[in-house]
Design a protein around this ligand. Structure first.
Ligand code: ADP
Length: 571
């Protein structure tokens, strides 16, 4: 609460108290003086007529009107309160004077004013008023006693009695002021404390609400009949319903769990927290897996009045778990397949060796036997190359990384290609290599295999001839938005062959996917696997009928480590 605000509140309180004082004054004056006029009490001694009292009543009314006009205009209300009380004292002294001085029945008015001052101005104001009242009363009595003012009473009191009554009154004023001041002060202190407590409570309530609403876990409470009684923001987000839509509805309807209807009920209280997983639907029909825990909700007396539920959305975690499980299964199958391929290889080697020996047998010298033997040998050869490629994919040898010149690895591969049987003269191989040496830390054999697979694919895509263009260039980029820029090498293989059909684009990196009669479908899966283990990237663009372009990105790697630049083997 700001200082300005506090001041404003105090001002308003003071204004209310002054209104109350003004009202009380009018009531007391009207009732008591009015009654004394009617009953002819108090002014009989001086023989004055009702007019004096009527004047007093009238002047009180006038003053009240003036006070009311000033009340909303004045800034210093404390001073205004003192002024009013001062005038009240003067007025009372006048009244007491008119009604017999020491014998006046109206001297207790001083006490009423002292009490009012205590309530409005506190202990200090009360004491000050009581002292002032004592002085005024004492002065009046003394002045009359010593003859400076005419006697207004019947003067039935002796000197001692006069002194005693004066003393009695003064003690009375002061005691009343002291007691009521203390009480008023205590009252205002209690009120202050209460206000502070209320503010503290409101803050605490706001804090609790804030905590509950900010939690990322769904929080819900239900009554004993199962009706939902609260629902935090996370709960709304998880299940998709607003609180207004689920209020008082049975929880099992929203969470698709009619079988657990009896979990909490008035007859069967929940003894301890209960945890369970549940598959249900969001409001929009989307699948949802929730991990839910319900605990008994108790009131201050320890009676169970419902349940507190916390729940978390496990949908993504469950999906990930399933994916991991799937991958694990695939890996096991892959292991088995690799094991089998390995086992096939040995008998295959002896099979092809035996057939080669057999083919030289003079008894098989006819044309037909020779042709069949040739086919058998070719097929064992093909089988062997498929198994080799599969093992390369399924059981890659550990990376043997060294610093290599990528340009040199490209040149090596292409010169080997030119000598191979896949290469026809109608294919024009063009190189556009970055100047100088383009170093990166890689496994040369595996990278050569990648280049080889891509070049062979390009040649096979251009049976009528065409152009294979290989470009290398250094690039700097971030591997993701947050990481700093690092150096990479980009190698592009582009051909103007038949291109890849749109529907095949997302399958070409799958093992055994092939569109070729005698293809193994393992070339690109090996490319993918090798580039992935080098923490690089592969990207393909293709236009059916126009050509294909493969982009490889290889991180330059830790060039700070002193690695010797390897000289490439010549093939
Ligand atoms: P394979 O060459 O044994 O078929 P790959 O894994 O190397 O196996 O290639 C998978 C498929 O991707 C090929 O069958 C072919 O359809 C397509 N493909 C790969 N490279 C090219 C290319 N340069 N041009 C057109 N199609 C290609």
């Amino acid at each position: 609460m700001g200082a300005m605000e506090l001041q404003w509140i105090q001002q308003e309180e003071m204004r209310a108290k002054l209104k109350w004082l003004m009202f009380l004054r009018v009531v007391i004056v009207t009732v008591l003086l009015g009654a004394s006029i009617v009953l002819q009490v108090g002014y009989g001694h001086i023989g004055k007529t009702t007019t004096s009292f009527s004047y007093l009543i009238a002047s009180t009314y006038c003053l009240t009107i003036v006070y009311s006009l000033l009340l909303n205009r004045l800034k210093s209300l404390t001073l205004f309160a003192y002024v009013q009380i001062f005038f009240d004292l003067i007025f009372e002294t006048l009244l007491v004077y008119l009604t017999g001085g020491i014998e006046s029945p109206f001297s207790p008015f001083y006490m009423i004013t002292s009490i009012a001052a205590s309530v409005i101005l506190g202990w200090k104001g009360g004491s000050l008023t009581a002292s002032m009242a004592s002085i005024l009363f004492g002065l009046l009595v003394d002045l009359q006693y010593f003859g400076f003012l005419p006697e207004t009473g019947a003067s039935t009191y002796s000197n001692r009695e006069t002194l005693y009554f004066l003393f009695l009154n003064v003690v009375g004023f002061l005691t009343v002021a002291y007691l009521s001041g203390g009480l008023a002060e205590k009252l205002s202190l209690t009120r202050e404390r209460l206000k502070e407590k209320a503010a503290g409570l409101a803050e605490l309530k706001a804090f609790h609400e804030h905590v509950v609403q900010s939690m990322s876990t769904g929080l819900m409470t239900t009554g004993l009949s199962g009706g939902i009684t609260s629902f935090n923001r996370a709960a709304e987000e998880i299940i998709g319903y607003r609180y207004g839509e689920v209020r008082e509805r049975p929880w099992w309807e929203i969470f698709g769990s009619p079988d657990l209807k009896e979990l909490i009920s008035a007859e069967k209280p929940l003894m301890e927290p209960f945890r369970f997983d549940r598959e249900c639907r969001r409001k929009d029909g989307g699948p949802l897996v929730l991990g839910m825990t319900v605990s008994p909700l108790k009131n201050e007396e320890g009676q169970q009045i419902g349940g507190v539920w916390i729940f978390q959305d496990l949908t993504r975690i469950r999906k990930m778990e399933m994916e991991i499980e799937h991958k694990k299964r695939l890996a096991t199958i892959g292991e088995m397949a690799a094991g089998m391929a390995h086992e096939i290889r040995n008998p295959l080697a002896s099979l092809s060796g035996s057939m080669q020996v057999l083919s030289r047998d003079p008894r098989l010298d006819d044309e037909e036997s020779h042709r069949l033997m040739e086919i058998a040998l070719q097929e064992t050869e093909r089988l062997n190359s498929i198994i080799t490629a599969f093992l390369l994919y399924a059981r890659p040898s550990p990376l043997n990384k060294k610093r290599w010149d990528i340009n040199q690895l490209v040149r090596d591969t292409l010169s080997l290609l030119r000598k191979g049987k896949e290469y026809q003269d109608n294919i024009d191989i063009q190189l556009n290599l970055a100047s100088g040496e383009l170093e990166a830390v890689v496994d040369a054999d595996q990278i050569r295999q990648v280049f080889w697979n891509l070049s062979i694919n390009a040649c096979q895509a251009m049976p009528q001839g065409g152009r294979l263009l290989v470009i290398t260039r250094p690039v700097t980029m971030r591997s993701d938005k947050k990481s700093p820029e690092t150096a990479w090498i980009e190698v592009t293989f582009s051909d103007n062959g038949q291109g890849i059909q749109k529907e095949h684009m997302d399958k070409i990196f799958y093992p055994f996917f092939t569109t070729k009669d005698r293809g193994s479908g393992l070339g690109l899966s090996i490319v993918h696997r090798v580039i992935e283990t080098h923490q690089g990237r592969v990207h393909v663009e293709s236009q059916p009928g126009e050509g294909t372009r493969f982009f490889l990105l290889l991180p330059v790697g830790e060039m700070t480590t002193p690695v010797r630049l390897e000289k490439s083997r010549s093939h």
